[in-house]
Design a protein around this ligand. Sequence first.
Ligand SMILES: N[C@@H](CCC(=O)N[C@@H](CS)C(=O)NCC(=O)O)C(=O)O
Length: 222
Amino acid sequence: MHEIIYFNSPGLAESSRLCLELSGISWKDTTVDNEEYIKLKNDNVLPYDLLPIIKTSQGIIAESAALLRYTGALAGLEPEDLFMRAKVDEILDVMRGWWESFTPTFYIEDMDEKINARKNLFEEGEKLDVGMKILSSLYEDSDSGWLANTEFMSIADIKLFTDVFMLFSGQFDGLDKSIILKYPILLKFHNKMSNVPEIKLYYSDKIRSNEHWVYSPNSFDN
Ligand SMILES: N[C@@H](CCC(=O)N[C@@H](CS)C(=O)NCC(=O)O)C(=O)O
């Protein structure tokens, strides 16, 4: 049995949760509060003191990027062809670089300053605006209809779906639905992913947090 342990939000675990769901194997979604997290940490369960982790019959894996590649492989969402696999990894790595421009906003104490810094990242030509446009082009230019031009869905599609739309759920001060509406091609991608029958079913009965609404079909309709 595989068990993902993380907080009750999409955060760094959602892409792996979705992969496990799509893998069809039996898995457990364990959510913890801060007190339970501290207990796991003090009990030395967490290899690097952080969540998410996944428990497997062979031991524990930490680091969300490793979890995604592992669960993605279980779900058949890693291309067999090594070149295509590298192209998928390339997109994941470039996306990680964009999040690094978002992370410092968590440490801004003044709320107005924090909101401005986040909104600013989506202004014309700024880091995340450029990021959204690159993702839009990748999707629009793909012959296969999947982000990395893979024959089938890959973990790059999963990561875009779980991590980009989560930004506009309302949990991050300064970011809301109006921002993603500026990127209609990404909304088309959302429509495609959220209507994949297994994904649609998973989220239809799994509104686990105030943020998970972003994964349902039509959630960004005007
Ligand atoms: N590089 C790690 C980062 C993990 C991380 O920062 N986890 C946060 C939650 S998003 C955490 O465990 N925070 C607990 C704390 O620092 O109190 C990964 O990608 O898994």
